[in-house]
Design a protein around this ligand. Structure first.
Ligand code: 26Q
Length: 819
């Protein structure tokens, strides 16, 4: 690769400022500098991008199309510099110009085209695919508004629109020459084709939208590869130059204009919750139809036999959200490419694969037939036929067993079940952690597993160490590299070489010192953004993730209330200072989740302002938790809170980011926590609570009564009473009644304390005491924290992607020519 030329870079930045803003560099503001630097970086990227695509053209590798409604990319500029291995050089160049690269990076809005784990996983996968030299496209939607920005007012969450494109996105490229038409509604006319002796299916009376792709470069680490994230924008297909006498068409034109505008307007901010909204289905079909059409067009440029499409392309469906891809591929193969059903089915079932990310029932996508068939009439016909044939298969395998059909049919009870379609039509069904995959096989998808066990497999999630250590924690990254070289950047298991230093007092000192500096950095962020003063010498105990009942932020804050009671009762008690840090967005319509945020902030108000406890306890709610501030938070954490009700968290990926940055896990045996403990040893984690099997047994056979805990445990009773006696809501003692009810009142749901908070509370408190004890032993803690980092090698997304490639996708590695 070309060597970085500092003076040329500086000249280009100056030139960009001039061209873009008609200003000299001294006159430019920070946003303008950000834009100018980004365009200079893009210049380098473009050369590699063109070269990569030329090489793909030449070598004709198989592509993976990672189909996802969400890509939670975060900021691009710093990460691109990291992967171009030009970060330090550009930092120097900007120093020379009198700018701090970190400050310039803060000018970039996060690309928040995702909710949480699932969207961030997609982003990590793109980074790994490019770094490992695999040909890949991310396929998604260019939402005008991404995940809302969170403001906290009077302790409550306020959602503010995320106008992330307002200053333009310097890295994207609009590609109108690759636009595709996507059709909605109308009806299907069947016409007998005399010549070919078959029926033709013609959609008529539809509305259509023009899908225009924007390409975003995905830079591989130090390998010259640049892949593409292709996000689709919607435009009206007709211009407003219609004959004004033709009133019907005029109205139709207005409607098409509106359809286009609405489709890509906003990301649905409710994760793990399905609502059956028509616009959501429009979004799904919109980006899938465009992406599948584009994949077919690309294939046909080089290949003539469409029946071998699967040899050059595979579609990975990120949860059920993109599952219409199955029917859209069938439609194109049959209606446009002329294949018969069986031929088309063979191609489809060798192309599509499905990843499941949740077992939460409320997240399952089931569309009413009426809505589905009205919006996508041809697609619905195809799904009906897939369903008819699938039921025949079920009948053949389980003769006379109506129950199997009821449980497994794709269309049943007036609903189209997307997971069933994905399983029936995919060559693979995978879970995202060992425990999760086992639960799928034994519980949630048991019938499907019994019928087609060969499709089921596990791919434990991973994260990219390039963003979450190299970029997010430069001090630790440099220190690790100084000890063991930089091999870990592309081969994370090498970080295990750090294990030889865990008992070395000097290394322990240095490690703890780096952690301290990162805590100072976060304390500064908290001071500037929350106005709260925190002591970097206190234990930073962190829970950052979407707000969900199953993730049990409520248990965490109840425990804080319990600690506060103890400190107040026993002021003389020796208590190691603790800072409890929360960060979480709640879905806008999720009342109980939003109330939990209010409770956290109310507890914070009381605790942080009680001078009598000498700052032993602090509670901080970090506003607008997102990828960019997550990088600071992981680097500064001492304790990683992973406290979901066992069996509910499919994997978790935040847990891995904490581990990589040397924060031990305080958690349940859930999701990937199980594998983390396996890697680092249970003596280097703080594990508590019911097991997944115990939770599942309670759920299946009853027998759990939270009242037992309320009645028999004074500490628990006291904390719960404080929810309804105005302790944290003197102006409205009823404010937190719903949270109280959720734990004790069977009327508020069919079962009280659905997430077993009271059952786990005391073992959680005990585990927290173990944390404190361990932290007091400075050397022991340094050892444990370093071991966590050293044993995090398994959790790189490079490993996950390699498993997908070896076991499912069978992609070819593309080697770039030396420059
Ligand atoms: C569905 C229908 C309608 C509207 C929205 C949705 C929707 C959107 C997002 C449903 C689910 C999601 C996101 C789910 C998610 O993030 N799951 C997480 O995936 C991670 C990556 O595999 C896991 O680590 C987490 O355990 C899992 O919760």
């Amino acid at each position: 690769m070309q060597k970085f030329d500092k003076q040329a870079f500086i000249a280009e930045v100056k030139d960009n400022v001039k061209k873009l803003y008609r200003k000299n560099i001294e006159e430019a503001d920070k946003q303008q500098i950000f834009q100018a630097v980004s365009y200079a970086v893009k210049d380098t990227i473009i050369d590699n991008w063109m070269m990569t695509q030329k090489e793909y053209e030449k070598q004709d590798p198989k592509y993976v199309y990672y189909m996802s409604m969400e890509f939670l990319m975060g900021r691009a500029m710093g990460n691109n510099l990291i992967n171009l291995t030009e970060y330090d050089e550009v930092k120097e160049a900007l120093d020379e110009l009198g700018f701090d690269l970190n400050v310039i990076e803060d000018q970039e809005p996060d690309a928040a085209l995702g909710n949480g784990g699932l969207g961030r996983l997609a982003a990590c996968f793109l980074d790994s695919l490019a770094t490992l030299n695999y040909a890949a496209y991310g396929c998604g939607i260019r939402y005008r508004y991404g995940m809302f920005k969170q403001k906290i007012e009077d302790g409550y969450q306020i959602e503010v629109p995320d106008n992330w494109l307002k200053n333009g996105n310097p890295f994207e490229l609009r590609r109108p020459e690759y636009a595709k038409e996507v059709k909605f509604g109308g009806y299907v006319r069947v016409e007998y084709d005399e010549k070919n002796h078959r029926n033709n299916f013609i959609q008529e009376g539809y509305q259509s939208v023009r899908a225009v792709p924007f390409d975003i470069p995905i830079v591989g680490y130090n390998n010259g590869v640049v892949n593409t994230l292709r996000v689709w924008d919607a435009e009206a297909i007709v211009d407003f130059q219609l004959d004004s006498f033709n009133k019907g068409d005029y109205m139709n034109a207005v409607e098409q204009e509106n359809l286009a505008k609405n489709i890509v307007e906003v990301l649905y901010p409710a994760d793990e919750h399905y609502a059956g909204k028509e616009l959501r289905l429009k979004q799904q079909y919109f980006f899938i139809s465009a992406s599948v059409q584009a994949a077919i067009t690309k294939y046909k440029k080089k290949h003539s036999d469409i029946r071998k499409f699967y040899e050059k392309a595979t579609f990975q469906l990120n949860d059920t959200h993109p599952t219409v891809a199955v029917a859209e591929l069938m439609r194109i193969l049959m209606d446009e490419e002329g294949l018969g059903w069986d031929e088309a089915w063979e191609v489809t079932t060798k192309t599509c694969a499905y990843t499941n990310h949740t077992i939460m029932a409320e997240a399952l996508e089931k569309w009413p037939i009426e809505l589905f068939s009205r919006l996508l009439p041809r697609i619905y016909q195809i799904i009906e036929e897939i369903n008819r044939r699938f039921i025949e298969e079920i009948k053949a395998k389980y003769p006379g067993n109506q129950d199997k059909i009821r449980k497994m049919a794709i269309i049943y009870d007036g609903q189209v079940k997307m997971a069933h379609l994905a399983i029936a039509a995919g060559y693979s069904v995978n879970g995202v952690a060992v425990l999760h995959t086992e639960i799928l096989k034994k519980q949630e998808l048991k019938d499907f597993y019994e019928m087609m066990p060969e499709k089921f497999n596990n791919k434990t999630n991973g994260i990219t160490q390039r963003r979450f250590l190299l970029h997010g924690n430069p001090l630790l990254a440099k220190w690790v590299t100084a000890h063991i070289g930089d091999g870990w950047i592309t081969n994370l298991p090498e970080i295990h070489k750090m294990a030889v230093y865990v008992d070395d007092p000097k290394a322990q000192q240095e490690f703890m010192n780096i952690k301290y500096q990162n805590k100072v950095r976060l304390a500064k962020y908290i001071r500037e953004h929350n106005g709260i003063e925190v002591d970097p010498r206190s234990i930073f105990d962190v829970q950052v993730k979407r707000l969900h009942e199953y993730k049990r932020q409520l248990m965490n804050i109840l425990h804080v209330m319990y600690l506060y009671n103890q400190i107040k009762d026993h002021p003389e008690m020796d208590f190691y200072p603790r800072t409890f840090i929360f960060g979480a967005k709640a879905a806008a319509g999720y009342r109980r989740a939003k109330l939990t945020i209010k409770l956290i902030n109310s507890v914070a108000d009381v605790v942080n302002n009680d001078a009598s406890i000498n700052g032993k306890l602090k509670v901080v709610f970090i506003e607008d938790y997102r990828v960019s501030n997550a990088e600071l938070i992981f680097a500064a954490a001492d304790v990683s809170e992973q406290i979901s009700t066992a069996s509910k968290e499919a994997s978790g990926t935040g847990n891995m980011k904490f581990m990589l940055n040397g924060a031990p896990t305080l958690g349940t045996m859930d999701g990937a926590n199980v594998e983390i403990v396996q890697e680092v040893g249970k003596e280097n984690a703080f594990i508590f609570g019911l097991t997944a099997q115990q939770v599942i047994d309670y759920e299946n056979h009853g027998g759990y009564n939270p009242m037992d805990y309320f009645n028999n445990d004074q500490d628990i009773r006291r904390v719960l009473m404080q929810l309804i006696n105005g302790e944290y809501a003197p102006d409205d003692t009823e404010r937190f009644r719903d949270l109280y009810n959720s734990l004790l009142n069977t009327k508020s749901s069919d079962r009280a304390d659905t997430y077993f908070i009271l059952a786990d509370f005391k073992s959680y408190a005990a585990a927290q005491r173990e944390v404190e004890k361990a932290y007091r032993d400075e050397k022991g803690w340094a050892r444990m924290a370093m071991l966590n980092m050293a044993c995090s090698g398994k959790f790189t997304s490079d490993r996950t992607i390699q498993e997908y490639v070896d076991e499912l996708w069978h992609l070819d590695k593309v080697i770039m020519p030396e420059k």
